[in-house]
Design a protein around this ligand. Structure first.
Ligand code: HEC
Ligand code: HEC
Ligand code: HEC
Length: 424
């Protein structure tokens, strides 16, 4: 080849490459609208439910802040980012967004002005929603009180503070279209799948993530870690060592105490309170679909869980601490157990899980007062019990249930969880 041809070829590749990069990393603005279209009552009602099913307020309302005005910090491995204001305020919210702009954000993660949104906003899941649901959610959001508020600046680390990089992430993870019904499954199963995989974005917490924060597609619903809590695997729940049935799962998913299992805590509590706002048949549909998620992990077979007749000295210390600090609510004779027929602690996932993480988190943080039943409250013990005491209680409870698979390094785990909590 002649030298000129080679230079020409290199230039051409350069131009095409730059063009591709530009096309990848740039999206046009969608013109502002002066007045969003008015919507029917029915549309607003449906929209309210979709917004509950999608947990929008869980992320877009900060503690003590106005509904949907944003400002909640989300801590990611790449720094902290803040949710935005999605009230219809024209300057600081989405009041100038047309339905088209909203739909592009929900399906592709692009803001109205064309900038890329970080995937902490679960658009990879919302993408699967129907046009009608997105339109109803839009109508509802346009009807809430407009609030003037701008969230603090994000604190993302280099290079993730350069938003166009998200386009490469999208190339890898932004797949799939609105869900088509699976024909040989019932309408209820399909409804459950839609709520779980679309608005409910359950797999975003309940799956392991890869190094760049994408869900490992081969391990969906195999369990993940979120905000220092374990989100247990949702596969094989019907056939687990301590199995769940539909009634128990519906109770759990709607913020109530599940007979024989306990109630949601941590990041799952607000999710369950949202599902409680949906029509009852939706909770049943979710439960049916979840119970149908088969176990796919080959996994090592662990020895069956059995209690230990002879507790260690540490566990004995834990037993007496339990009597003092916990038995008034969790002891066999406690009114909470007797009147509300709550399960013994050894039946809860926090104690049966292979990791002590959720037990430790529950002990440190307690269960805050919420819109659930008034008795659904547990004090935080982070200040009153030191690491040795917490470890002793954990060892005692584990021993009562599953001495054959003891938790090791409890104090070290407690220390590291405490250290994480102290970060902003
Ligand atoms: C897990 C937390 C989370 C949930 C749940 C969530 N969002 Fe967001 N959302 C975010 C974050 C974080 C951003 C900001 C992303 C950024 O700045 O790049 C955002 C941004 C947005 C934006 C872009 C707004 C703007 O001004 O750029 C819209 C629109 C939006 N969300 C709508 C929704 C709707 C509707 C729902 C419920 C169906 C929802 N979000 C649920 C975290 C969440
Ligand atoms: C924000 C993250 C998050 C989202 C979203 C989420 N979960 Fe969870 N989930 C958790 C955490 C954390 C736990 C553990 C809570 C505990 O131990 O109290 C949990 C627990 C559960 C459990 C109990 C499992 C067990 O073995 O004890 C079920 C069932 C469940 N989630 C179902 C769902 C479904 C269905 C959805 C979607 C509609 C969903 N979750 C969405 C974080 C999440
Ligand atoms: C004032 C009453 C109260 C006290 C005291 C209390 N708890 Fe709780 N605890 C609750 C309530 C209410 C729940 C939620 C309902 C349920 O799961 O049964 C709960 C739930 C739990 C859970 C289950 C969380 C989950 O993810 O499923 C654990 C584990 C737990 N408590 C441990 C303890 C331990 C250990 C102590 C003592 C250090 C203690 N609690 C003291 C009221 C209390």
């Amino acid at each position: 080849m002649k030298r000129r041809t080679i230079i020409g070829a290199i230039l051409a590749i350069g131009v095409v490459g730059a063009g591709f990069a530009f096309w990848m990393m740039w999206r046009p603005e969608i013109s502002p609208v002066s007045q969003p279209q008015s919507a029917s009552h029915e549309s607003l009602d449906r929209g309210r439910r979709i917004v509950e099913a999608g947990d929008c307020a869980v992320c877009h309302t900060r503690p003590g802040g106005a509904y949907m005005a944003g400002g909640l910090p989300l801590v990611t491995p790449f720094g902290a980012l803040f949710t935005t204001n999605i009230t219809p305020d024209r300057e600081t919210g989405i009041g100038q967004w047309s339905l088209d702009a909203f739909e592009r954000a929900m399906r592709e993660g692009i803001a109205r002005d064309g900038h890329f949104l970080y995937p902490a906003f679960p658009y990879v899941h919302y993408r699967k929603m129907t046009d009608a649901d997105i339109a109803d959610a839009y109508a509802f959001l346009m009807s809430v009180d407009p609030v003037k508020y701008t969230a603090p600046e994000n604190r993302m680390i280099f290079p993730m503070n350069f938003r166009p990089l998200v386009s490469f992430w999208n190339l890898l993870f932004l797949q799939g279209n609105p869900l088509a019904n699976v024909l040989d499954q019932s309408a209820r199963w399909n409804r459950g799948r839609y709520l779980v995989e679309g608005p409910g974005h359950c797999s975003s917490c309940h799956s392991p993530l890869n190094l760049i924060g994408g869900e490992k597609t081969s391990e969906l619903f195999n369990g993940g870690i979120v905000d220092g809590w374990t989100a247990p695997a949702l596969r094989g729940m019907a056939t687990a060592e301590h199995p769940w049935n539909e009634a128990q799962l519906v109770a759990y998913l709607t913020g109530e105490v599940a007979d024989g299992h306990g109630a949601a805590a941590g990041p799952m509590l607000p999710v369950s309170l949202s599902i409680a706002q949906l029509p009852a048949e939706d909770a049943h549909a979710i439960a049916q679909y979840v119970l149908d998620l088969k176990n796919t992990s080959s996994g090592v077979t662990l020895p069956p869980c059995t209690p230990e007749a002879k507790p260690s000295a540490k566990a004995l210390m834990g037993a007496s601490l339990f009597d003092g600090a916990c038995a008034s609510c969790h002891g066999t004779a406690a009114p909470m157990r007797v009147i509300e027929s709550r399960p013994a602690l050894v039946q809860t996932s926090a104690v049966t899980a292979d990791s002590p993480r959720n037990l430790i988190q529950t002990l440190l943080q307690g269960i805050p007062m919420s819109t659930a039943a008034a008795s659904h409250y547990m004090p935080a013990f982070a200040q009153n019990l030191d690491d040795t005491h917490l470890a002793a209680i954990a060892e005692y409870l584990r021993n009562e249930r599953c001495a054959t698979r003891p938790w090791t390094d409890l104090e070290k785990t407690i220390k590291s969880i405490r250290a994480q909590e102290q970060q902003p």
